[in-house]
Design a protein around this ligand. Structure first.
Ligand SMILES: NC(=O)c1ccc[n+]([C@@H]2O[C@H](COP(=O)([O-])OP(=O)(O)OC[C@H]3O[C@@H](n4cnc5c(N)ncnc54)[C@H](O)[C@@H]3O)[C@@H](O)[C@H]2O)c1
Length: 266
């Protein structure tokens, strides 16, 4: 039986990917900051029938030792790790770069960028010993070089995550590790992330932003299923599993007049 580890998986995309991996009978390791949220998530995930087991462990991805402990915990419960997903992330407050405090800057970089670096390091060290496994990092706003005031520090991290992931894939090949590396590009999902910065501070979305999100956005269930369906069958290194392709975005705008979706209520 295969095993997947997903960081930041008590809610949102991580939680939904865990759910669909259970449908594929994977053993699933969920992890997040707070134990109480993981207990609730585990209970909910157990409602999805699976031959795989589900276990949880708290892990702050901005701390390398906690990621190492998450790996250790996984190997104590299961034989190997087949897929490792660096999913944990925080949004930023809607401020210009220079308006962010030292603490805000550190949190964004530590979680969104260093979390992916640490997770990639620990997963690659372990997987390359066994000459198999897959590591996925999550792209986001900025990965494709877009700019918007209020998202640029987050975008700085995600732009770097894209470079990191492509570099890791190149090094995985060059060192003949047998490990594959890929990017997951989830587009726009309506999650707590969309309406909160730095885990719990709420963000007031403008009507214009809500309109765009209603056209281009999706639930984390829809996106999670797509990403998992593609990860379980992927055997190639350096892939990008991309939900919101340019073609899909174009069609969404073209048909926006018929679109009655309203993620935010009146
Ligand atoms: N929601 C979107 O529109 C969107 C778009 C593109 C990319 N993404 C990315 O997708 C991923 C998941 O986002 P989501 O929308 O599900 O967000 P979410 O806020 O619903 O979930 C993120 C999870 O990460 C956890 N987390 C935060 N800091 C952590 C830390 N230091 N250590 C461990 N866990 C931590 C949170 O507790 C939460 O459970 C993130 O990497 C995000 O950047 C989101």
């Amino acid at each position: 039986m295969k095993t997947v580890v997903i960081t930041g998986s008590a809610r949102g995309l991580g939680f939904n990917m865990a759910r669909f991996f259970r449908e594929y009978n994977y053993n699933v390791v969920i992890s997040d900051l707070k134990e109480e949220n993981l207990i609730k998530a585990k209970e909910q995930l157990e409602q999805t029938k699976s031959e795989g087991k589900i276990v949880y462990k708290t892990c702050d991805v901005s701390k390398l030792n906690e990621i190492k402990e998450l790996m250790q915990f996984t190997l104590e419960n299961f034989e190997t790790v087949d897929i490792w997903i660096n999913n944990a992330g925080v949004n930023q407050p809607q401020k210009a770069i220079w308006e962010l405090s030292e603490n805000e800057i550190n949190t964004i970089i530590d979680v969104d960028l260093k979390g992916a670096i640490y997770g990639s390091k620990v997963a690659m060290e372990e997987m390359s010993k066994n000459h198999k496994g897959a590591i996925y990092n999550i792209e986001g706003y900025g990965s494709n070089d877009a700019h918007m005031l209020g998202l640029n520090m987050y975008g700085t991290s995600k732009r770097a995550v894209t470079y990191l992931t492509e570099s890791l894939a190149q090094e995985a090949d060059e060192r003949n590790t047998g490990v594959i590396v890929g990017k997951l590009s989830p587009g726009i999902m309506i999650t707590d992330f969309t309406t909160h910065s730095l885990v719990n501070d709420s963000i007031e979305l403008s009507d214009k932003t809500k309109k765009v999100y209603n056209i281009l956005g999706d639930t984390p269930e829809t996106v999670g299923k797509f990403l998992v369906d593609n990860m379980v069958k992927n055997t190639k290194n350096n892939v990008k599993i991309n939900w919101l392709t340019n073609g899909k975005a174009f069609m969404r705008f073209l048909t926006a007049g018929f679109n009655k979706r309203d993620f935010f209520g009146k």
